[in-house]
Design a protein around this ligand. Structure first.
Ligand SMILES: Nc1ncnc2c1ncn2[C@@H]1O[C@H](COP(=O)(O)OP(=O)(O)OP(=O)(O)O)[C@@H](O)[C@H]1O
Length: 252
């Protein structure tokens, strides 16, 4: 994707000097990050480098030792439980573990988060139009009454994405969105992420090890190494770097 060099774009997430240790394990040592409105930002880091810890700090699931985190203008550390819940309803998660409930139909899987956030969706009597719209966004309108066991791995991932979209999130956090998928299905998921980003102007933070995914989707990338934002730039800038720690990410 072409980089957008527009510093005037609204900032939706700002992380400054984030630090978190577990005993003597210093995971984050001053991590900085900015996500702009409508941007696709990829964060890459080796296994155990602290990507999940960073995301958990971001949504208030882990309290950092120090640092500043602001999401859509709100400082996370100052929010009470209710404010945090409200803020989280504007954030969509597509995590590796965001599996579908096998005992429910596709429709029921999508209705599940809707019930919790009924107010946000303006109240509703019939869920069908919203469920159908979300499924059509991922090209799976015809699967509404199927059980997940009838779907392929890629289709399940798309339904999970539809379930995220149904709450009309302003920011989507993707954790390894293409892991476990074959290259063709992975490409389809990436295309879908791009079209959703365009259609809804969502801001996306994508955590991935998949260099092909990063190449296609990222406008900008951050490499998380030694607990800091070690390198920051476009895919082409970073992939042509001669810094051994940066090069290591792009070796096949
Ligand atoms: N609740 C916790 N208590 C103690 N240590 C933790 C806790 N959560 C994470 N860690 C440690 O923090 C480090 C970073 O973990 P994290 O899960 O963020 O890595 P990651 O970059 O997401 O890895 P992966 O790509 O494998 O998912 C690891 O050493 C892990 O053991």
């Amino acid at each position: 994707m072409e980089p957008i060099n527009d510093n005037s774009r609204k900032v939706v997430i700002r992380i400054e000097d984030l630090r978190k240790s577990f005993g003597s394990n210093h995971v984050l040592n001053g991590f900085n990050m900015v996500l702009h409105q409508g941007e696709n930002l990829v964060v890459m880091g080796k296994s155990g480098s602290g990507k999940s810890v960073m995301i958990k700090c971001l949504v208030g699931l882990i309290t950092p030792d120090s640092g500043y985190i602001e999401v859509m203008g709100k400082e996370i550390g100052t929010l009470n439980r209710q404010n945090l819940d409200e803020l989280r309803s504007d954030i969509g998660f597509l995590f590796q573990g965001s599996a579908l409930y096998d005992s429910m139909t596709v429709r029921e899987n999508l209705e599940f988060p809707m019930r919790r956030h009924k107010e946000k969706l303006g109240g509703f009597h019939d869920t069908t139009p919203l469920v159908l719209e979300a499924l059509e966004n991922v090209g799976l309108g015809h699967t509404m009454d199927l059980m997940p066991s009838k779907l392929s791995g890629g289709m399940k991932r798309r339904v999970a994405l539809a379930r995220t979209l149904i709450l009309k999130p302003k920011i989507i956090l993707y954790d390894e969105p293409t892991s476990g998928l074959d290259p063709i299905t992975a490409k389809e998921i990436i295309e879908l992420m791009r079209s959703i980003q365009k259609k809804y102007n969502t801001s996306s933070l994508i955590i991935t090890h998949d260099v092909d995914c990063a190449r296609v989707i990222s406008e900008r990338m951050i490499l998380l190494v030694d607990g800091i934002n070690y390198a920051d730039g476009t895919f082409s800038e970073l992939s042509s770097s001669s810094d051994p720690k940066v090069e290591a990410f792009f070796k096949k």
